[in-house]
Design a protein around this ligand. Structure first.
Ligand SMILES: Cc1cc2nc3c(=O)[nH]c(=O)nc-3n(C[C@H](O)[C@H](O)[C@H](O)COP(=O)(O)OP(=O)(O)OC[C@H]3O[C@@H](n4cnc5c(N)ncnc54)[C@H](O)[C@@H]3O)c2cc1C
Length: 286
């Protein structure tokens, strides 16, 4: 591997000064699970690595009446095991539980995962369905964006030079909201998804009051199945409605042919897994 200098800032301000000073020549390192792979393959050759491990203020999981806030350096395993997350945003705990292996989940962080912007990762489709917001800091100040505006393309995020993710903000779920995360894994139990579906719905008797559907691994970024959502909202649940909504996702997905399946196969599986998720949440036990 090429030579590089590792920096160990203790505070956010120190980190942002280093990011500003070294610009494109620097890469942050959080869990290192993606960065080290990219460096080994010479896809990234940073001269400076800024290690976030000792930075204060990025490790919290907190909730208020309206939202849950997760610091960028919180590890996947901590989210999966957090009582607060299990109680307040159960779909997030179950989504992080589906990531790779415990070994990876003990290293990888929420901020590093989102910055990596691989659409086949598990958390993005769920965070998209949750309407999460991303807090971003740079030496010039802070801004907060919708998670939909973070993902630009395969492995491409919208962070500007000198910016980093500091926090993920998730609106609280109502107690009568039901949810599920389904990951289609035809190869091995620790693989990335071939297709994933995150579903959050609120019912009023037999009527769909609100529904949000995130899809992963079927487009250059995670997407919302907005046609299916509009098909369902305000209507009484029936087999026909669920089939119609599930079929509509084919119009919105844009998968790649790869070793996990052809684009046509993934399009079909997106329909199948959306239907399963809808049946589970809308027609399952209340
Ligand atoms: C073998 C293997 C299997 C995996 N399987 C899955 C899977 O099935 N599902 C899944 O969801 N994930 C999976 N992952 C994990 C995932 O692909 C990423 O590796 C992981 O989420 C990256 O998190 P990290 O903290 O290690 O990031 P790092 O590797 O430290 O960083 C990744 C990138 O983000 C940047 N970065 C880090 N922190 C920040 C920040 N706060 N702000 C801005 N930029 C930042 C870095 O500079 C780097 O460019 C797998 C990983 C491996 C190695």
């Amino acid at each position: 591997m090429h030579d590089f200098t590792v920096h160990h800032p203790q505070s956010l301000q120190e980190t942002l000064i280093l990011l500003d000073r070294f610009g494109d020549a620097a890469q942050l390192i959080a869990g290192g699970t993606a960065l080290m792979n990219f460096m080994k393959q010479s896809l990234l050759l940073p001269e400076h690595i800024i290690n976030l491990q000792r930075v204060q203020g990025l490790q919290h999981i907190q909730s208020t009446k309206d939202e849950v806030r997760i610091g960028a350096m919180v590890k996947h395993r901590e989210i999966e095991k957090s009582n607060l997350i299990q109680n307040e945003v159960p779909i997030l705990a179950s989504t992080y539980r589906r990531v790779a292996t415990i070994r990876i989940r003990n290293m990888a962080t929420i901020g590093g995962g989102l910055a990596h912007a691989d659409p086949a990762q598990d958390p993005p489709s769920t965070l998209v369905a949750l309407n999460a917001r991303i807090r971003i800091a740079s030496i010039s100040g802070e801004r907060t964006i919708s998670i939909m505006d973070l993902f630009q393309n395969y492995y491409e995020n919208s962070l500007m030079p000198g910016e980093m993710i500091t926090e993920v903000i998730i609106p609280s779920m109502h107690s009568d909201t039901k949810s599920t995360y389904l990951k289609f894994l035809p190869r091995t139990a620790d693989d990335y998804a071939t297709v994933s579906v995150s579903l959050i719905a609120t019912l009023n008797e037999n009527i769909v009051r609100d529904v949000r559907i995130g899809l992963g691994a079927v487009a250059p970024t995670p997407i919302r199945a907005t046609i299916a959502e509009e098909t369902l909202k305000g209507h009484a649940i029936s087999d026909e409605l669920i089939q119609q909504a599930s079929n509509s996702v084919a119009q919105q997905v844009d998968p790649l042919d790869d070793f996990r399946g052809s684009a046509d196969y993934k399009r079909d599986m997106a329909i199948v897994f959306t239907k399963r998720a809808l049946q589970q949440v809308l027609q399952g036990p209340s």
